[in-house]
Ligand binder design. Sequence first.
Ligand code: PGA
Length: 264
Amino acid sequence: MSRSDITPLSPRKLVVANWKMHGSLVRNQALLDGYLQGLQSLPQTDVVVCVPYPYLAQVQSALAGTAVAWGAQNIAKYEEGAYTGEVSAEMLRDFGAHHVIIGHSERSTAYCESDENIAEKFMMAKRHGLIPILCVGETLLEREAGVMERVVGKQLETIIRLFGGEAFAHTIVSYEPIWAIGTGLAASAEQAVAMHQFIRDTVAAADKTAADSLKILYGGSVNPQNAVQLLNQKEIDGALVGRCSLDVEQFIKICQAVPENSVI
Ligand code: PGA
């Protein structure tokens, strides 16, 4: 297996580490060494690490030539220009990034990112050969009101309306209920499966071929215990892991939860 195989068409389940704003050169190195050692015997799982921008050079040199791919947690919606503090898709490519998280709720909520803004970033990533990992999900209030499908549907429809259903070809969507992120309260396998089916059906209604080439992950308080049930569902193509990705043992256990010989 090599990094170039880690595309949404890979038949293996995918576990993405989202380090968020954590790390230091020293801590990262220990984490990466631990990942590489633990993953040696895990051919059934694809792994991608999404790191803060300043550490892209570090992960590039630590992971080049290994089976683990890397990426970032956001990009600018512009190609280049006078956008102080922004980082472009091409800059990520300079550091060998393959993937980029788009529209994570910790950004869209704190920085008021609209669905349109997120849609533009999604297409920017694609135009530059990066695989976007689009985060969608509802708040607790929205779930309690029973409107979660309407909310997630609107996030997907914005991309479909602006760029067509084919925009989803060879991309990744991560279902991330906002109430489950960092709370220790993951969605049940049943809740996740229902939303994953809804996501695939929504994309399929716009473009069946694109829906067939889409990977759908679950994110929100994934840990070694709940990963077993979640990753055993055929509708769940993998996981996006925050907190537990900062601990080698827990992260490797989550990767081990992917059933052997599982083929998507
Ligand atoms: P968490 O983060 O695993 O810490 O809940 C998940 C995420 O941000 O997607």
